[in-house]
Design a protein around this ligand. Sequence first.
Ligand SMILES: Nc1ncnc2c1ncn2[C@@H]1O[C@H](COP(=O)(O)OP(=O)(O)O)[C@@H](O)[C@H]1O
Ligand SMILES: Nc1ccn([C@H]2C[C@H](O)[C@@H](COP(=O)(O)OP(=O)(O)O)O2)c(=O)n1
Length: 241
Amino acid sequence: MFVTVETAARTAPAAVIVAIDGPSGTGKSSTSKAVAAKLGLRYLDTGAQYRAITWWMLSNGVDVNDPAAVATAAAKPTIVSGTDPGSPAITVDGADAAGPIRTREVTAAVSAVSAVPEVRARLTELQRQIARAGRGIVVEGRDIGTTVLPDADLKIFLTASPEARAARRSGELKGKEATGLAATREALIKRDAADSGRKVSPLAKADDAHEVDTTELTLEQVVECVVTLVETTADRAGQSA
Ligand SMILES: Nc1ncnc2c1ncn2[C@@H]1O[C@H](COP(=O)(O)OP(=O)(O)O)[C@@H](O)[C@H]1O
Ligand SMILES: Nc1ccn([C@H]2C[C@H](O)[C@@H](COP(=O)(O)OP(=O)(O)O)O2)c(=O)n1
C-alpha cells in the first residue's frame, strides 16, 4: 500500500501532554483522535465522560435540573474511559455507553449536569489520574488547559463560526436524528452560553493556549497544524521520542 508522508507515523515525546479545548463542532474530537493516532499518543474525550454521567442520571430517575439531586448522585456511577484513539470506548457500571451518550436527550441535559461542582470535582480527578497514568496523551474538553491540566505541554483552543459548526453537526445527524440547520445552530449557541457562563471551570481559552480558527480549514489542515505545534513544542523543550 502507498503511504504518503502525511499519513506516516510521526514522532512525539513519549510523555507529552496536549490539551485541546473549544466549543461544540470546532473539531476537537476528530482532531484529537487523529493527532493522537499520528503521534502514538493516548486520547481522552472528557465530554464523553460528562455525557456518560448525564446518561446515568437520566436512566436512574435523577432530576437533572435539581443541582442538589445531581450532586448527591455524582459519586454513584463507575465510569471507565478507554484511551485508544482508534477505538475510543466508555462504559458506565460496566455497560457500553458509547451509543446512548450521543442521543439528543443527553445532549440537551449535559450542560446542566456538568455545571454541578460535585460532578466536575469527580470527573476532574478521574481525568488527572488517566492523564498521569501512562505515556503521553491528547485530552479534549472545555476546561483542560485552564483547570484539569494547567501544566499541559501544549494547549490548543479551537474555534469556528456558529454557521460552520452547525453545518458540521447537522451533517453528522443526517438520517439519524435529523434537525434543521437553524435548530442545530440555536442548540449549539445555547449550550455554548451555558458552558461558558457556569461558575465552576467554564469553557474558556487558557492565556497560554494557541487559538486555531478552523472555519476555513479542512480537518487535515487542522490536524497538520496541531501535529506541527506538538513537534515544535517538543523541539523547544529539547525532548525526544
Ligand atoms: N475542519 C473541519 N472541516 C470540516 N468538517 C470538520 C472539521 N473538523 C471537524 N469536522 C467535522 O465536524 C463534525 C464535528 O467535529 P467534532 O470533532 O466532533 O467536533 P467537536 O468535538 O469539537 O464537537 C464531525 O463530523 C467532523 O468530521
Ligand atoms: N471538559 C469538559 C468537557 C465537556 N463538558 C460538558 C459541556 C459540553 O456541552 C458537554 C458535552 O461535551 P462534548 O465534548 O461531548 O460535546 P460536543 O461533542 O462538542 O457536542 O460536556 C464540560 O463541561 N467539560
